[in-house]
Design a protein around this ligand. Structure first.
Ligand code: SF4
Length: 86
């Protein structure tokens, strides 16, 4: 997945998310909340990749640039399964 696709996916899920995406985002944002690389200037962002964290955390295939998030492949599978079963 290209970076543009990841960004688009994250913003789309920010606007039109579902319970599985929100669960994943909450878990990721809890990690970001205590991460020394998280920054707040005019927006909440990651200082390593520059991404807007509320959108990045909702993009299933996005990865933490410091390896702090669980595997995106596993998370993508989990959110896909939950989405299909709900
Ligand atoms: S994406 Fe990773 S490195 Fe960036 S703020 Fe979140 S936990 Fe930290």
């Amino acid at each position: 997945m290209s970076r543009i696709s990841e960004i688009f996916s994250g913003f789309r899920n920010l606007l039109f998310g579902n319970p599985a995406i929100e669960q994943m985002a909450q878990e990721r944002e809890a990690i970001c909340a205590i991460c020394p690389h998280a920054g707040v200037s005019i927006y909440l962002h990651c200082n390593l990749c520059g991404c807007y964290i509320p959108a990045k955390s909702r993009s299933p295939l996005s990865k933490c640039p410091d390896g702090r998030w669980p595997s995106p492949t596993l998370k993508e599978k989990e959110s896909g399964n939950k989405t299909r079963s709900s």
